[in-house]
Design a binder for this molecule. Structure first.
Ligand code: NAG
Length: 190
């Protein structure tokens, strides 16, 4: 179809009128985007700058936690002996050694420890939490003279140095402690 210039002219003007305000608003939003771009670029620079300083190996080591239990019952364990929890569920940081029963802190820090002992009826299994050779807390699981088992828990929050050893030891009367997830020991860096 042939359209004359006189027909097209008003159409072109109409298009210009319609598109002009859009051009103005585009300019405005472009100015806004420029500000946003500057902000994003600045934040990217911050992320890049911090990324270079991030010691990932150190970071993963900061997460320390263990949860262990005794698979079987422990009977007639002598006073002072370390309670060895042979079943390891969690051991982030690798601090707990199931051959010795000792948790050696892989990094210094503030730690939370808790342990539960289920003693058999008419028997006792008193324990203590040790930091190296120092007694930190005691746990009185005693069912002497009663006809049901007795469960007892204790916890401690202590600041410890790298390589300090934390263990559960028999305080006295290590007659019978149930295993099978009834008696557990756990700790983590806060
Ligand atoms: C605990 O023992 C470890 C290993 O022998 C030692 O490095 C650390 O200094 C001791 N800590 C305390 C508080 O006695």
């Amino acid at each position: 179809m042939y359209l004359s210039y006189t027909v097209l002219n008003p159409i072109i003007i109409a298009i210009l009128i319609i598109t002009m305000p859009q051009g103005v608003s585009c300019q405005k939003s472009c100015t806004g985007n420029a500000g946003l771009m500057k902000s994003i670029q600045y934040q990217l620079k911050l992320v890049e700058a911090n990324d270079g300083k991030c010691d990932c190996a150190h970071r993963s080591l900061e997460k320390v936690g263990f949860f262990v239990s005794s698979s079987g019952a422990l009977e007639n364990v002598g006073t002072g002996a370390i309670v060895i929890y042979d079943s390891v569920t969690t051991n982030l940081g690798g601090g707990y050694d199931k051959s010795t029963g000792v948790f050696s802190a892989p990094v210094e820090g503030l730690y939370y420890f808790t342990w539960t002992v289920l003693a058999q009826e008419d028997k006792s299994f008193y324990t203590q939490l040790n930091l190296n050779n120092t007694v930190v807390a005691k746990n009185h699981a005693g069912a002497n003279g009663i006809s049901t088992h007795m469960s007892s828990s204790q916890s401690a929050v202590i600041q410890i140095q790298k390589n300090d050893g934390v263990s559960i030891r028999v305080h006295s009367g290590g007659k019978y402690m149930y295993g099978d997830k009834w008696s557990t020991f756990s700790g983590f860096k806060i």
